[in-house]
Design a protein around this ligand. Structure first.
Ligand code: GDP
Length: 501
């Protein structure tokens, strides 16, 4: 499936920048074009890969390029005010060659958390393409504000996207507890980018002459994603060992593929499902599951796929299972097999339950007072909106191209009751009353040329935990410059130490 990834805010921007870089250096071809949107100029300058015309600075009149801090209402407001500029820049990309949008954002901060749902809504209204999102959940150490931002953002985002793929920093930061956060982010972003690449590339048409046992296409992926609101990804890879091929084998330097190669297919998919998911979630209760194994054609087997399907059916009992394979060429360094599993329509996400508890309190979940609390009830309460913080914005039902941004100046308890609580914005450029002109935005881009350093970090209000407020200007440790390509290195290259499950 071919994508236009759009990063909003710092975390989303870094992920999309790296995703586009990985796609290009690996010659993979699923990233048709990409954009990064931010109100913080230093964060845009700090990106490594995307050209300046793909970095969109918004909210200059409100923030003067310094960002919105951790205020996600402000993030929603600046996106709403400058949406015409964003759409204008989007129209300059190769939109027609893409199958879907993929918005990436950190949900615990300000710009991505607030801006992503607003952008998603406008994209859904305007284009006839699915809008997917990657939502990064904050680590629990980031405090209550990050949790509240996440809840308000996700609560809005799920209603304006076709699926939100979750990535839980809390799960991934744990292993690197001793490492600085920036180092953890680099390896987390590597894992996220490799998982996304494998998923979206493995449903692309096969190269000339390649034959798979059971090939999936982008429609399979679309249906799996449409089959649920929230999803998580599991990834695993393994180096393959041939058996001694006797005299002929040793002459030609290659042994035989073992007869039990179907076991490799099954186990790489099992390990992907049971290993570390981008966001931990039980397999059981997942609505729709897609699994793809990529490896040398000789190693792929229909029996392996059938066994993996049967196993997943037993473990998760989903409504739909799609399993396929994707033959890839050998890597110079050896033969590898990678498995990716998409669990879509998650019944329970443990981290969201933690977040609900932190923001609302489990005992306040409607109908749960005094009862034994079931995880699925808390999930329902998270998204039902009762006893929850207000959504970031509401839509004008009479004209769905317009949204009301919840006005931060109004007492939060009154927000949903009074007309004054909303600021009215229009998607029509002629009626726009706020934000920068395109000339302003273009002029500001001068700042990106020349300077390679990130400059100042953004000034923000103090963080309640002391960790979540850091502006990470450290670059990711991607290996794109020396990655010489090939589909296999596209799948596996740039990966981190966590692969060996
Ligand atoms: P914004 O620029 O206002 O959208 O703020 P950020 O993008 O910095 O969002 C803050 C959240 O994103 C925090 O909760 C962090 O957990 C997370 N975050 C920041 N940078 C990264 C990153 O590079 N990778 C990951 N996985 N998470 C990040």
């Amino acid at each position: 499936m071919k994508l236009i990834p759009i990063g909003v805010g710092q975390a989303g921007g870094k992920v999309v920048d790296q995703f586009a870089s990985h796609d290009e250096s690996g010659d993979i071809g699923i990233v048709v074009d990409a954009l990064v949107i931010n109100s913080s100029q230093p964060d845009l300058v700090a990106l490594r890969h995307l050209p300046k015309e793909r970095r969109v600075l918004i909210g200059q009149s409100q923030t003067d390029g310094t960002g919105v801090g951790r205020n996600n209402e402000k993030g929603a407001e600046v996106m709403n005010a400058d949406i015409e500029d964003v759409i204008f820049r989007l129209e300059e990309t190769n939109l027609d060659d893409s199958d879907a949008f993929l918005i990436a954002a950190g949900l615990g901060g300000g710009m991505g958390s607030g801006g992503a749902p607003v952008l998603a809504k406008y994209l859904q209204d305007r284009y006839d393409k699915p809008v997917y999102a990657v939502g990064i959940l904050p680590a629990s150490s980031e405090g209550k504000l990050a949790a509240t931002n996440t809840m308000r953002s996700l609560n809005t985002l799920v209603y304006h996207t076709d699926n939100v793929i979750l990535f839980d920093n809390d799960e991934w930061v744990a292993e690197d507890a001793e490492a600085p956060l920036q180092v953890s982010y680099a390896s987390m972003n590597d894992r996220l980018v490799v998982s996304l690449t494998t998923l979206f590339a493995a449903t692309e048409p096969l190269g000339d002459g390649a034959v798979g046992e059971q090939v999936l296409d982008s429609e399979d992926l679309r249906q799996t994603l449409t089959g649920g609101d929230l999803s998580t990804l599991g990834y695993s890879d393994t180096e393959l060992q041939r058996e001694d091929g006797g005299l002929l084998g040793s002459l030609f330097g290659k042994g035989n593929v073992p007869e039990s190669s179907n076991t490799e297919v099954r186990s790489v998919l099992q390990e992907a499902s049971l290993g570390r998911l981008t966001a931990p979630a039980p397999l059981a209760g997942t609505q729709s599951i897609l699994g793809v194994v990529a490896g040398p054609a000789e190693w792929l087997s229909q029996k392996g796929l059938d066994d993996a399907s049967a196993w997943i059916d037993d473990e998760a009992d989903p409504d739909e299972i799609r399993m396929g394979d994707y033959p890839i060429e050998d890597d110079e360094d050896g033969e590898y097999m990678a498995g990716i599993v998409l669990l879509s329509g998650l019944a329970v996400v443990e981290r969201l339950i933690d977040i609900y508890d932190r923001v609302v309190g489990l005992s306040n979940a409607p109908g749960l007072e005094g009862a034994e609390i079931e995880a699925t009830d808390v999930m329902h309460a998270f998204f039902a909106g009762e006893n929850s913080p207000d959504p970031l914005f509401t839509t004008d039902k009479t004209d769905p191209t317009q949204i009301y941004v919840v006005n931060e100046d109004v007492d939060i308890d009154d927000q949903m009751d009074t007309e004054d609580a909303f600021e009215w914005r229009s998607i029509d450029p002629d009626e726009s009353d706020g934000g920068d002109t395109l000339a302003d935005v273009n002029a500001s881009e001068e700042a990106f040329s020349g300077s390679g350093s990130s400059g100042d970090t953004e000034a923000e209000s103090p963080d309640d935990s002391g960790t979540g407020n850091s502006r990470d200007q450290t670059q990711t440790t991607e290996d794109d410059e020396d990655n010489d390509g090939g589909l296999l290195s596209g799948f596996l290259g740039g990966d981190d130490e966590d692969d060996a499950e």
